[in-house]
Ligand binder design. Structure first.
Ligand SMILES: Nc1ncnc2c1ncn2[C@@H]1O[C@H](COP(=O)(O)OP(=O)(O)O)[C@@H](O)[C@H]1O
Ligand SMILES: [Mg+2]
Length: 427
């Protein structure tokens, strides 16, 4: 069975579609020993073979219930086939997709007869598709995201965007409206469409733009917004990862909210050692972590952290997936505020640097020594930035990578951190 699955994937990946298609199309649309996979489905969509694609999509959706990408792609086929009720069913929505499109169209500042709207799947993890609105009169385009992160996205736009609009508008597409649909617990977020692509290469100018975006986000401090949104829970238990996604730094970065407390730091190191023993990390790696632990716990540096001073709003999902690089305008945009929250102001930048797999030298040049980077309390924030990124490397790297990357990652970061601690101690 495994062998067949592998052979099938190789065939798909090597683009032997056309040949393969002629002989096996029937078997594949019907599903062959349950071996159907989504690359064939995507190809049919690219070729705009909507009817055929919908048949394959139905099969896929019935096999992999929770795959949101297949569901959106199937809805896209039904949209093109004018089967709006089926499109809603594919998305598990009560409201018809046609009504959702009409509702979103009404938010556009152009008479509806001059707008062409269509349903698209542009990826992402927490949405049921994007509705594209094209003005027939002007060049403008608008996007409505059918968001599943209803509460958070609503909160961000209603409270933060409203109050700090001029700052946020400089880094994110302009918002037109937010409409909550209670029946389906979804939110329609309508914004201007930004031309641009996810960045695929990491350059100095890209990093400078990332830092400028981060400066804007972190300039909205915790003390400025704690009357607008609920206070975060500082009693959060420290967690390294969720079993479902053990290499994703998300859970870890969320628990850094309690890092100003001794218990959080102690628990963090306990969890790291447990995992190191379980994965049988090298003695060298354990020694380096012990060094980090001793620097942090014996200096009691966490006592110098105060949410009112060191915390700010965070984007919460600051990675390549949510950046759009417009080369014509030479401007980088951040989208998708569905995970926004408050927390230590260095956490978003850790997330993106881990996401971009930057080495310590790159981090030093692009961020720590970059005069463009804004720090409210330079040394403390740099210490905690390094501490956080060291733990984030531990989570995101495989055991072998972590054990072999001492020279480029762990050692120089710990050395630098040690020097910084000394400056704080004797200042
Ligand atoms: N205003 C916009 N301009 C251009 N593309 C957008 C815009 N909003 C969303 N997108 C596209 O839609 C995708 C999904 O949107 P996103 O807000 O990241 O959803 P999710 O919350 O599911 O991650 C993005 O990766 C991007 O390609
Ligand atoms: Mg996203």
């Amino acid at each position: 069975m495994n062998f067949l699955r592998k052979a099938y994937n190789i065939l798909n990946n090597q683009k032997l579609f056309s040949l393969y298609d002629k002989f096996f199309c029937k078997i594949r649309t019907k599903g062959f020993l349950g071996l159907i996979n989504d690359s064939y489905f995507k190809k049919l969509i690219r070729d705009k073979k909507w009817l055929k694609a919908s048949k394959v999509g139905e099969k896929l959706v019935s096999q992999y219930h929770s795959d949101i990408n297949n569901r959106r792609n199937l809805a896209r086929c039904y949209w093109e086939l004018h089967e709006y009720k089926l499109a809603s069913k594919a998305l598990k929505l009560d409201m018809s997709l046609e009504d959702i499109v009409l509702k979103s169209k009404a938010q556009i500042p152009v008479a509806t007869e001059f707008i062409e709207s269509k349903y698209l799947n542009l990826g992402g993890k927490k949405n049921l598709g994007i509705i594209e609105h094209k003005s027939k009169l002007r060049a403008e385009m608008y996007y409505t995201k059918i968001s599943l992160k209803s509460d958070n996205e609503k909160l961000f736009y209603k409270e933060i965007y409203r109050t700090f609009g001029s700052k946020i508008q400089s880094i994110t597409p302009k918002i037109l409206s937010i409409n909550y649909i209670e029946q389906d617990n979804i939110t329609l977020v309508t914004t201007e469409k930004v031309e641009g692509k996810r960045p695929d290469t990491v350059s100095r100018s890209l990093l400078d733009s990332v830092i400028r975006i981060n400066n804007v986000i972190t300039s909205i401090r915790y003390k400025d917004i704690n009357n607008l949104i609920e206070q975060p829970d500082f009693n959060t238990e420290f967690k390294l990862f969720s079993d479902r996604k053990p290499r994703n730094p998300r859970v870890l970065l969320k628990s850094f909210i309690a890092i100003h407390k001794r218990e959080a730091n102690e628990k963090l190191f306990r969890l790291i050692y447990e995992r190191m023993h379980k994965l049988q990390h090298s003695i060298e790696s354990i020694k380096l972590i012990k060094r980090l632990e001793s620097i942090i716990l014996s200096s009691k540096i966490y006592e110098k952290l105060e949410p009112e001073v060191h915390y700010s709003i965070l984007h919460g999902d600051f990675g390549k997936d949510n950046l759009l690089n417009n080369r014509k305008e030479e401007k980088l945009y951040i989208i998708d505020w569905g995970s926004f929250r408050t927390g230590p102001s260095w956490v978003d930048i850790v997330n993106i640097m881990v996401n971009l797999k930057l080495s310590f030298t790159e981090i030093k040049v692009y961020y720590l020594s970059n005069s463009e980077a804004y720090f409210e309390d330079r040394n403390i924030e740099q210490i905690f930035f390094l501490y956080t990124i060291l733990v984030a490397w531990f989570i995101t790297m495989s055991k072998d990578e972590f054990d072999k990357q001492h020279e480029n990652y762990l050692k120089p970061a710990i050395n630098y951190l040690e020097d910084l601690i000394l400056t704080v101690k004797y200042s």
